[in-house]
Ligand binder design. Sequence first.
Ligand code: ZN
Length: 346
Amino acid sequence: MLLTTIAGSLPKPSWLAKPETLWAPWLLPPPMLREGQRDAVLAALKDQEAAGIDIVTDGEQSRQHFVHGFLEKLEGIDFGKRVTIGIRADRYKAEVPTVTGPLRRREPVHLEEVRWARAHTQRKLKFTIPGPMTIVDTLADEHYRDRPRLAMEFARLINEEARDLAGAGLDVLQLDEPAFNVYMDDVAAWGIEALHRAIEGLAGLQTAVHICYGYGIQANIDWKRTLGSEWRQYEKTFPLLAQSRVGQVSLECANSRVPLSLLGLLKGKDVLVGCIDVASHEVETPEQVAATIRQAMEWVPPERLYPCTNCGMVPLPREVARGKLRALGAGARLVRRELGLSVESG
Ligand code: ZN
């Protein structure tokens, strides 16, 4: 109970990519890059294990961008044809590739990364892939010209990938859908259907969807200021997710204005509660993490509650992220002790 995990990403070592930078360029030349990424995964696993994180990830050390990393190996997307568009309803500008033809997955995208991480940790392993709606919102499309149809195409490719990753011993596949907090009507119209297509037939693989208010970057901090005293975006999507076939929902909680009563809308689901604020360099104390867990326990039973981070930690200084990992692990242990549970294994 109260098993800890993270949303996905961790900062990269300063010899691998430019520090404290979102979508940072690689600092190693191509012949050395792969080896560097693998070494960085070992460090990310070690940091999580040392902090007592129960369900670990590769820290997304092998991708520059959480969406485009999945797209790079797909046929039908032209990375030479980059355009700058407003994404997440024009909240910020991003340079994105263009869909120019029929989409096809020529080969597995992240299989080697999952195999490498799987071979180097005994803990449960989670891996993240962007969800269909978020992918569609993070590229330009000259071919399908229909967002729901394009989303279903990506869902099909995600499903092919997920089957390969499950075969490599992955425990949890998380689909990142920050766009679910922006296009709430589309979630009902086709977002859930696309998720279902993406996770179809994945027996034995736990599935999660991560819905947040974004990385702790200035554009998101500014956006949050416009959302009023209560953030109720989840109110529309959680009832749909509670009815869905997705097993887990990862959400933002610590230092947010999400009313905790909204967690009650996720009955029957595992809830990954964000206990670590990724928009602040201030490291939480274990007691602060424990307080967030206790508050969430009013709405989510401990066997369904997974203390987690609000979002990815990739833009943070590495030492800050390490401190936050340790606080997350220690905070969960505090509450386990209070509940008379085994402290180390949850
Ligand atoms: Zn996030």
